[in-house]
Design a protein around this ligand. Structure first.
Ligand code: HEC
Ligand code: HEC
Length: 231
């Protein structure tokens, strides 16, 4: 054992080595703290329901039944009433579900349904692609997919697309095609919930003109005046 000779430089307590060691320790501490902070478990962001935008204001009203009282000729009045109802019937909201092929149409432009779907045996889609796969019990605002518990396509004998209003009128009044008596027809138009969807279509779809109540009143007045059809 030899004591440090006088030639060996005395180690300075706070030398350059100490400085780097301390710096290293601080670094390590910062890294550990940083990792602890980053890896500390915290709740994952949950999806939240998006508030539905307020329903579009119904600026586009149907004319009240009293507006037609001044048409003296009963037949002419009846036709005029049905023409007013035609603003709803020939609206894309109704027509999209009453196509003349097996494929529904979409949007105000009534383009063919994308993806390709077909009515299937019951109007509810093919077994491999049911309407209810995408169309649920109500409109889904986030995805823009419209919905109703009864969502399915009107039978082919109730096709409206490509027909004149007069032809649709004759067909509605023919129980062999509509499957309905006049009373049932009125009830269906005025009260049916699937028909009612057309006034609450969700997304940025244009609702059918007026309200279902106004529409029902016009259909009732049309039937009361004899249910005449436009030529
Ligand atoms: C793979 C998903 C999917 C399936 C299956 C599906 N749809 Fe759709 N459908 C949509 C989407 C998405 C829209 C909205 C498109 C838009 O408005 O841009 C839509 C819109 C519609 C519309 C248009 C509504 C309107 O007036 O704008 C009708 C009608 C419709 N579907 C009927 C049906 C019927 C009937 C079936 C079954 C035979 C069906 N769909 C199956 C996804 C689907
Ligand atoms: C989502 C699809 C869908 C929409 C939208 C729709 N319908 Fe229909 N409609 C049907 C189906 C399906 C039937 C067959 C009867 C049934 O199963 O209730 C039908 C039948 C009818 C009938 C029976 C008589 C006939 O000859 O067509 C009338 C009337 C009718 N719809 C009126 C309307 C009116 C008016 C609107 C719009 C305000 C409308 N529908 C919108 C699916 C639709």
């Amino acid at each position: 054992m030899s004591a440090p000779g006088p030639s060996e430089p005395r180690r300075r307590r706070f030398g350059i080595g100490f400085f780097f060691r301390t710096l290293g320790l601080i670094f390590l501490a910062v890294i550990i703290l940083g990792l602890t902070y980053l890896l500390y478990p915290r709740p994952i962001l949950q999806s939240e329901p998006i508030a539905a935008p307020p329903a579009a204001a119904h600026v586009d009203h149907l004319r009240p039944v009293s507006d037609f009282d001044n048409i003296a000729d009963l037949r002419a009045r009846s036709v005029a009433l049905f023409e007013e109802a035609g603003r709803v019937i020939q609206n894309p909201r109704c027509m999209n579900c009453h196509p003349r092929s097996d494929r529904p149409t979409q949007t105000d432009a009534m383009r063919a349904h994308t993806p390709w779907v077909s009515r299937g045996f019951d109007g509810g889609g093919e077994p491999t692609m049911r309407c209810s796969t995408c169309h649920h019990n109500e409109n889904i605002e986030a995805s823009g997919v419209p919905g109703n518990p009864l969502w399915h396509l009107a039978p082919i004998e109730m096709a409206w697309q490509g027909k004149t209003l007069g032809e649709i009128c004759e067909q509605l009044l023919d129980p062999a095609r509509s499957g309905m008596t006049r009373e049932e027809l009125l009830h269906h138009m005025a009260e049916d919930e699937l028909v009612g969807w057309a006034w609450n279509p969700g997304g940025d779809r244009t609702p059918a003109p007026g309200t279902q109540q106004e529409f029902g009143a016009i259909i009732a007045a049309w039937l009361d005046t004899g249910g005449a059809c436009p030529q």
